[in-house]
Design a binder for this molecule. Structure first.
Ligand code: AMP
Length: 121
């Protein structure tokens, strides 16, 4: 699968559409999810053109990789949910229902989140 440079997060990175930014550095951007599923719902994305975790984990540089996962742990502390708890989720591919084909982690917290998945057959 080829990276689609017109996906919505690519447009956010290019400054073509706005976001509520909460963090930015050389390799990563974090912003509020437009349709929050919890009191705190932040999306963390790499600035590089990676479709999903599969792509990122096989192609990202050590620098990008280290920096990204360091920030993934820092954002919950920034929002003071490291004590109360949080959930991080990354969707990959059709079965996961990934909607935006630019790699991202969802960081959810600020209230009890309930079970991870509701079982459906
Ligand atoms: P996923 O299903 O894992 O690809 O999640 C995509 C997420 O992106 C959803 O939670 C959407 O609410 C969120 N989203 C879509 N468009 C925007 C946007 N313009 N700004 C912020 N979040 C967005």
């Amino acid at each position: 699968m080829k990276y689609d440079s017109n996906n919505i997060f690519a447009k956010i990175l290019k400054g073509e559409i706005p976001c509520n930014k909460v963090y930015e550095d050389e390799h990563s951007l974090a912003f509020e999810d437009i349709n929050p599923q919890a009191k705190i719902h932040i999306l963390l994305i790499p600035k590089g053109k990676y479709i999903s975790m599969d792509d990122f984990s096989s192609k990202a540089s050590i620098d990008e990789f280290n920096s990204f996962f360091r920030i993934l742990g820092e954002i919950p502390r920034k929002f003071c949910i490291d004590e109360s708890g949080y959930r991080i989720i990354a969707n990959h591919g059709i079965d996961s229902h990934q909607e935006v084909p630019h790699f991202h982690f969802h960081i959810l917290g600020g209230k009890p989140l309930g079970p991870l998945l509701v079982k459906k057959n």
